[in-house]
Each structure stands twice: as structure tokens, then as C-alpha cells.
Design a protein around this ligand. Structure first.
Ligand SMILES: Nc1nc2c(ncn2[C@@H]2O[C@H](COP(=O)(O)OP(=O)(O)OP(=O)(O)O)[C@@H](O)[C@H]2O)c(=O)[nH]1
Ligand SMILES: [Mg+2]
Length: 249
């Protein structure tokens, strides 16, 4: 009985959190200044994720669809770095996803190491109607290998799958690349919301499994990782991403 009440309370808190702040697009300083809560007070976990890929593939709109259920055709190119947060429940734990979005434009490529620091998950986005954006995926993978934690969970997302008649990257090509490189794979549409929740939630659930496995030291399957960079290595979490103790436990 008590446990049921506690779970309901957690759900409510997650809903309130999404209504109150997940909806906004905050730059980091504004978010931290606003409530001083970005450290994840009251959360069981805070997971940082990054969204990367060429300019105009739909990174910002995927994030907007996931965090606010909104989409704009007039989306402007991102300048610098922004992030949004969304609180979800995984396995009855309160998980805050802090999802970073940056410019895909070449001239902003220099901010990389700070952007990737502490990220436990990444979505590499390409546009299924733009072959060059798919051909750039290996470059984004190189960045991940250079700057991100080797245990990072990576999803390859072929976005704009609503534009069937303009497709230039066959689904199989995306799937094969993902398999070869040890990535998860989905085709998404920020416009009609196909697979958007699924893409973000799948990454978050994989992170959660890896993190809880690490804390339990359970004898299960290894976490999904970039094949070339991490054969059997453990997921090392920076301090800021370690589990917060929850007062209600
Ligand atoms: N048809 C369709 N258009 C999309 C989709 N996702 C994004 N777009 C459009 O593609 C354009 C670019 O989207 P953005 O989300 O701004 O792209 P971005 O990857 O964030 O670009 P940068 O910030 O420059 O790196 C906008 O006009 C969006 O409306 C989609 O799933 N389907
Ligand atoms: Mg953008």
C-alpha cells in the first residue's frame, strides 16, 4: 500500500517537472540560475545525452518533439550549445534526462570536448533525404571516440522518414552501418513523431541498465557500446552522473 502511494507520488513529480521546466529551451546558465536544480536534487539519476549530426538534419526538432511535443518547419540553425531536460520514470526510478543540442555547422565544431564531457548517451542524426549527411556519420563517430566516455550508448537515427518520396538513404544502409559500429538504429520523424520517444527512451533505458548493472555488479550482458573503442571495458561515470540518494527511500 505504502509502496503504491510512493510510486504515484513519483509519477506526479515527473509530470510536474515536465510541465514546469522540460518545456523550455534553456541555455545552461539560465537553467542553473533559474532553479539551481540542474544537479538533479530529488532525482534517482541524472543522465546527460548529446544529439549530434550535420546541420539541418533535424536535431533541434527531434529534441523539441521529445521534450515539448512540438515541431516547427521554421526551425533556425542552432548557434552554440543548448539543452533541454525531461524527467521520466524507468523501473520506478526518477530519471532526469539532460539532453544537449549543438550546431551541426562546421564553424562550431571547436566546442567539442566540453559538449561531450559526462555524456552517457548520444544520438547521431542524419537526414534520409540527404546522402551527404549519412556519409558524415563516421566523422561524428570519430568525435565520440575522441571526446566521449568509451561506454557511451549510441543510437543512429535516420530522420525525416516522413519524406518517403525524397529518400536517398535506404533503411538497410543505415541499419548495416549501425550494426557494424555497435550502434542502436531507428528511422525517425520529428514532423509526425515517428519513433522519436522510442529513440530517446531506448538510449535512456540502455544507460539505466548499464548504470544499475554497474552499481549491482550483476553478472549480465555487457552494456551496448561502440565496438571499436570498448571491448569489455566498464562504464565509468563521472561524479556528477553518479546516483543520487533519494530522500524517500
Ligand atoms: N519533413 C521533415 N522536416 C524536418 C524534420 N525534422 C526537422 N525538419 C526540418 O528540417 C529543418 C532543420 O531542422 P533543425 O532541427 O533546425 O536541424 P538541426 O539539425 O538542429 O540543424 P543545426 O542546428 O543547424 O545543426 C527545419 O526546417 C525543420 O522543420 C522531419 O522529421 N521531417
Ligand atoms: Mg539545431
Amino acid at each position: 500500500m505504502w509502496k503504491k502511494k510512493k510510486d504515484e507520488g513519483i509519477k506526479k513529480e515527473a509530470e510536474q517537472d515536465n510541465e514546469g521546466r522540460g518545456g523550455g529551451l534553456y541555455r545552461q546558465s539560465r537553467e542553473e540560475g533559474k532553479e539551481g536544480k540542474e544537479g538533479g536534487k530529488g532525482m534517482d539519476y541524472v543522465f546527460k545525452m548529446v544529439v549530434i549530426g550535420d546541420s539541418a538534419v533535424g536535431k533541434s526538432q527531434l529534441l523539441s518533439r521529445f521534450s515539448k511535443n512540438e515541431f516547427s518547419m521554421e526551425s533556425r540553425a542552432t548557434v552554440g550549445v543548448e539543452f533541454q531536460t525531461k524527467t521520466i520514470l524507468i523501473d520506478k526510478k526518477l530519471v532526469k534526462a539532460q539532453i544537449w543540442d549543438t550546431a551541426g555547422q562546421e564553424r562550431y565544431r571547436s566546442i567539442t570536448s566540453a559538449y561531450y564531457r559526462g555524456a552517457l548517451g548520444a544520438i547521431i542524426v542524419y537526414d534520409i533525404t540527404k546522402l551527404p549527411s549519412f556519409e558524415q556519420v563516421p566523422r561524428w563517430l570519430e568525435d565520440l571516440r575522441a571526446y566521449a566516455d568509451p561506454g557511451i550508448v549510441v543510437m543512429l537515427a535516420g530522420n525525416k522518414c516522413d519524406l518517403h518520396e525524397m529518400r536517398s538513404v535506404p533503411t538497410e544502409m543505415g541499419r548495416e552501418l549501425a550494426e557494424r559500429e555497435g550502434m542502436l538504429f531507428l528511422e525517425t520523424s520529428a514532423l509526425d513523431a515517428t519513433n522519436v520517444e522510442q529513440a530517446f527512451l531506448t538510449v535512456l533505458e540502455h544507460i539505466y541498465r548499464a548504470v544499475s548493472r554497474k552499481s549491482l555488479v550483476a553478472d549480465e550482458q555487457p552494456p551496448l557500446v561502440l565496438k571499436s573503442s570498448l571491448k569489455g571495458a566498464k562504464l565509468e561515470l563521472p561524479e556528477s552522473q553518479q546516483r543520487y540518494s533519494c530522500c524517500s527511500e
